[in-house]
Design a protein around this ligand. Structure first.
Ligand SMILES: Nc1ncnc2c1ncn2[C@@H]1O[C@H](COP(=O)(O)OP(=O)(O)OP(=O)(O)O)[C@@H](O)[C@H]1O
Ligand SMILES: [Mg+2]
Length: 252
């Protein structure tokens, strides 16, 4: 039985997709069969792993019941890493999903077979707490919350944790927070150090020791359709995501 991780934060641009793609790649590289599921209509994770964003069947077809996850899952250029790609149509699912009773469970049910086959499944969520993210949080065992090391970092985190508690109570008692991840950290600035201290103080024991630095190579990699560990295996960004993957595995 594999473990499913949702990468979630309703705030946009905090490093969810970058973390989903790179943690998935590091885990696959370590030899575990890994699946990345892109349920963000922006399809950034899909494109970041070199797949087209308009392929079929895709995550929309799976949620609509027109394809099984097994049919939609593709191989990626990273050995051991498979992808269930997104599609811009998924934007419509946010409107269509709530109309169907039990629609929060669609992704969980669709991934039941994949959970047997993949040791790790990583879900890249859109920047909202809408029906797609709720589906991810119902399907997930753990959630990783990327937090950009900038002013306003704490804003919205309390609300997110409330939502997680609600989902645990009403829909998915298994769900736990694997950790908060400080991203895009610029160690040269006082602000980044202050924000890191502040987040660690507010959420003791919840923040991963590993901090992801702001790193040009991380930002470049998606334009080549590869994770950073393939773009530049020895840069600081690759080191950090490998460390994070180890910490995620160790937290169990
Ligand atoms: N550690 C980093 N160093 C440099 N650039 C980064 C880093 N992490 C992310 N980025 C860049 O910052 C931007 C936002 O990151 P990303 O797409 O991962 O955020 P997101 O939370 O998935 O955004 P959205 O909410 O729109 O889905 C991207 O251009 C990405 O390449
Ligand atoms: Mg994203």
């Amino acid at each position: 039985m594999g473990t499913i991780y949702a990468i979630a934060n309703q705030k946009g641009g905090v490093g969810k997709t970058t973390t989903a793609v790179n943690v998935a790649a590091c885990i696959a590289e370590a030899g575990y069969p890994t699946l990345l599921v892109d349920i963000d209509p922006q399809a950034n994770a899909t494109v970041g792993l070199g797949l087209p964003k308009d392929g079929t069947p895709n995550a929309y077809d799976v949620l609509a019941g027109d394809a099984t996850a097994e049919e939609a899952i593709r191989a990626s250029a990273v050995e051991g890493l498979s992808v269930l790609p997104s599609h811009p149509d998924l934007a419509g699912a946010s409107v269509e999903l709530p109309r169907a009773p039990g629609s929060e469970n669609l992704l969980r049910d669709a991934l039941a077979a994949a959970k047997q086959r993949f040791a790790f499944t990583i879900l890249d969520c859109p920047p909202s707490l809408g029906p797609l993210t709720v589906n991810a949080l119902v399907a997930a065992d753990r959630v990783i919350v990327p937090v950009q090391t900038e002013y306003f970092a704490l804003e919205g985190l309390a609300g997110l944790l409330d939502t997680l508690s609600l989902i645990r109570r009403e829909l998915n008692p298994r769900l736990t927070v694997a950790g908060m991840l400080l991203t895009m950290h610029d160690g040269r600035t006082r602000l980044a150090r202050d924000v890191e201290q502040e987040v660690r103080k507010h959420f003791p024991a919840l923040v991963f020791d590993t901090v992801i630095p702001r790193n040009v190579r991380i930002g470049e990699a998606p334009s080549y359709g590869v994770p950073v560990i393939h773009h530049d295996p020895h840069c600081l960004g690759s080191d950090a995501y490998f460390e994070l993957a180890k910490e995620v595995a160790a937290r169990g």
